[in-house]
Design a protein around this ligand. Structure first.
Ligand SMILES: Nc1nc2c(ncn2[C@@H]2O[C@H](COP(=O)(O)OP(=O)(O)OP(=O)(O)O)[C@@H](O)[C@H]2O)c(=O)[nH]1
Ligand SMILES: [Mg+2]
Length: 325
């Protein structure tokens, strides 16, 4: 039996293996994900983002408990952007979510890519497909909201949960632009610590000013104490309400379209990067560089020549990238 067929039957070990192949950007993974693609689209995907250490994993662990009480099956993909540098797995996240490790209906996976940062988004979306095809009802995608790639990943979710915590001073100011705007639900975690109320009123006044200028939906803000499992049910309800809102407002297909677009862009970029990489050191490229040096061509003209050459390669069917998909 192929990997995809086993994943469709819910086989966790095979799913884990397929995600490893995705991380390694293995060509075998391409075919398997292709077979799974038509079986996806059922899961509800929740992106969880926020600064390092605000309590994302502890909150997700609590939310798993809340959704399991309703008999929903859950997948978790925890992404660590730093692991792309160290190549290491994210032990911290798995330890925080240990409570559900023995539950067969819960599948938790940390993700690290070793290649260029774009590979991270590609592997993350691939891992979502795997968990979706396995039949998980809810999929959490946890990522630190620091770089553009991580923000893109979270934007590709159905619902984005932004986690804030008091204590980091200019928390809101330092949030990467775009994150606050893409939040559908906000949790102010570590409500047991100094400054949570102040953070709450800052956020509320910010959104009430915004509300005067637009008809946008104001995200609900929930106070949580993840270490004490407090506020979990309220947070789970806020997430469910957003899902219902997306369904009733027609916003869900738009989000899914945005996700399909992101995935498509990642794939195209992957192919093009592979082709450029293959050109490196070739006579064609060296000759162009010679011409640049001697002023026979301009960078813009040389770039267009490269592009038309790549297009020609694709037409001849030689452009099949080794790793891209
Ligand atoms: N006081 C307090 N500490 C908390 C709370 N929630 C989480 N913590 C602690 O904050 C630390 C970080 O928690 P994590 O859940 O790992 O945070 P994270 O956002 O997933 O961290 P990264 O994945 O490393 O970005 C841990 O030591 C938690 O025990 C809370 O509600 N109150
Ligand atoms: Mg974490």
């Amino acid at each position: 039996m192929d990997l995809a067929a086993k994943v469709l039957k819910g086989d966790v070990r095979t799913a884990a293996r397929l995600i490893t192949l995705l991380e390694d950007e293995s060509p075998q993974a391409i075919g398997e994900i292709e077979k799974l693609y038509t079986h996806t689209g059922q899961a509800f995907i929740i992106g969880v983002t926020g600064a390092p250490g605000v309590g994302k994993s502890t909150l997700v662990d609590n939310l798993i408990g809340a959704f399991r009480k309703q008999n929903m099956t859950v997948g978790v993909i925890a992404i660590d952007p730093t692991s792309a540098l160290t190549g290491g797995a994210l032990l911290g996240d798995r330890i925080r979510m240990q409570r559900h490790a023995a539950d067969a209906a819960v599948f938790i996976r940390s993700l690290a890519t070793r290649g260029w940062s774009g590979g991270l988004a590609k592997a993350a979306i691939g891992a979502v497909h795997v968990m979706d095809a396995m039949g998980k009802d809810i999929i959490f995608l946890e990522t630190v909201g620091s770089g553009q790639v991580e923000i893109d990943i979270v934007k590709a979710a159905d619902t984005t949960l932004l986690v804030l915590a008091p204590g980091s001073g200019d928390e809101i100011q330092t949030m990467k632009a775009g994150i606050l705007e893409s939040a559908d639900v906000i949790a102010i975690n570590k409500a047991d610590t100094e400054g949570a109320d102040r953070l709450l009123s800052e956020i509320e006044s910010m959104f009430s000013m915004k509300a005067l200028n637009s008809n946008d939906r104001i995200p609900p803000v929930v106070l949580t104490e993840a270490v004490n499992d407090k506020g979990t049910d309220e947070l789970a309800s806020a997430l469910r309400e957003h899902r219902d809102y997306l369904k009733s407002s027609g916003g869900l297909p738009l989000r899914r379209r945005a996700r399909a677009k992101l995935e498509l862009q990642e794939i195209v970029e992957g192919h093009i990067k592979d082709m450029l990489y293959n050109l490196d050191g070739s006579d064609f490229l060296e000759k162009l560089i010679d011409e640049l040096e001697t002023g026979k061509t301009s960078p813009h003209r040389a770039a267009l020549e490269i592009i038309s050459r790549l297009a020609g390669t694709i037409n001849q069917g030689k452009g099949k990238a080794k790793n891209g998909f």
